[in-house]
Ligand binder design. Structure first.
Ligand code: NDP
Length: 295
């Protein structure tokens, strides 16, 4: 696609799988896109598609009013941004940091940006590289709303849905952490389930369609439990936590009979048992959120 004169130029710092996907989408949308990566050579295919290579991060950020950073974590992002040539070049320009890390790291980097006259938005990408540039991509943003609105046209060229979560700069990272908590514990659960099934002579392929059926039970429960947790009701009608404890104990026993570590399930079972011990055995499993929130 020819370079657009209506859309602003953009710089991408970080050309891992996600940085490359973001750059592809910007190029597809016709933005003049300047790229830089710590390790040289990762930009080769992008340069062939029309990206402009920069010799340094400072040169890259000087090329565009908007810089998107997407590297492994905030140690890496800070290593790139927080040095005199780069921060001088960024003065008065905008950084959208799509690197994943904790809410506090986002707040620290935003404080640094404010002290150095850098306009700063934080963000999180909730979908894999293959979704970028398609309607399936999901981006979360936080920080000054006027800045978000100003750069929305460029961000829209990444496809998908963009949600501004509020002015608290740590909010996108807070959602990211919570959502990845769900993702990784579910993934760890599936890995464990496959190990236990294999020990019982059930292949992953045999189990998979039934595992998908179990996963499909969750979406309506996620909404129902959210209402329970916000209302503090924790109804256990039809599935009290005493029943959950019994089911979890079977999983622990079956795993350990095969010498398979059941640490993750033991942790969940232990939390549920504590809730029962506190006299809430007829409540639903989500009563655990209150236990976890206690200091
Ligand atoms: P990585 O998380 O592996 O990040 C790779 C990038 O980080 C490369 O550009 C690498 O540079 C750079 N980097 C690492 N250490 C440093 C450092 N000390 N200084 C400078 N640059 C450094 O790959 P992704 O591209 O996949 O992920 C980028 C971000 O996107 C991460 O925060 C990730 O959590 C997030 N994300 C990724 C998704 C995915 O599907 N891949 C999905 C959603 C979010 P170099 O080439 O020099 O090593």
């Amino acid at each position: 696609m020819p370079v657009s004169t209506d859309l602003p130029a953009v710089t991408v710092l970080g050309l891992g799988p996600m940085g490359r996907a973001l750059t592809h989408a910007f190029l597809e949308a016709g933005l003049r896109t300047t790229v830089w990566n710590r390790t040289p050579g990762r930009d080769r295919a992008l340069l062939e598609r029309g990206a402009v290579g920069a010799a340094s991060a400072a040169e890259a950020v000087a090329a565009s009013p908007l810089t998107v950073v997407c590297v492994v974590n905030y140690d890496a992002a800070d290593a790139i941004l927080r040095n005199a040539p780069v921060s001088d070049a960024l003065k008065g320009r905008t950084v959208v940091n799509l690197t994943a890390d904790t809410p506090n790291r986002a707040r620290e980097t935003a404080s640094w940006a404010e002290a150095h006259g850098v306009r700063y938005l934080d963000g999180a990408i909730m979908t894999p590289t293959t979704t970028i540039g398609t309607p399936a991509a999901v981006f979360l943003h936080s920080g000054p709303e006027d800045l978000y609105r100003e750069h929305r046209p460029a961000l829209d060229s990444l496809g998908g849905t963009h949600t501004h979560l509020g002015e608290d700069i740590g909010r996108a990272a807070a959602y990211d952490i919570a959502l990845l908590d769900l993702f990784w514990t579910a993934t760890a659960g599936y890995a464990h389930a496959l190990a236990v099934a294999r020990a019982e002579g059930v292949s992953a392929r045999e189990l998979a369609p039934f595992a998908q059926g179990i996963a499909a039970i969750l979406p309506p429960l996620i909404a129902e439990w959210a209402d329970d947790v916000d209302a503090g009701t924790f109804s256990g009608e039809g599935n009290p936590i005493t029943s959950a404890v019994s089911s979890m104990a079977h999983i622990v026993q079956a795993s350990e009979s095969h010498g398979i570590d059941a640490g993750v399930m033991r942790a969940a079972e232990g939390q549920a048992r504590r809730v029962v011990g506190l006299g809430h055995g007829t409540d639903g499993f989500m009563r655990v959120t209150e236990l976890l929130g206690r200091r």
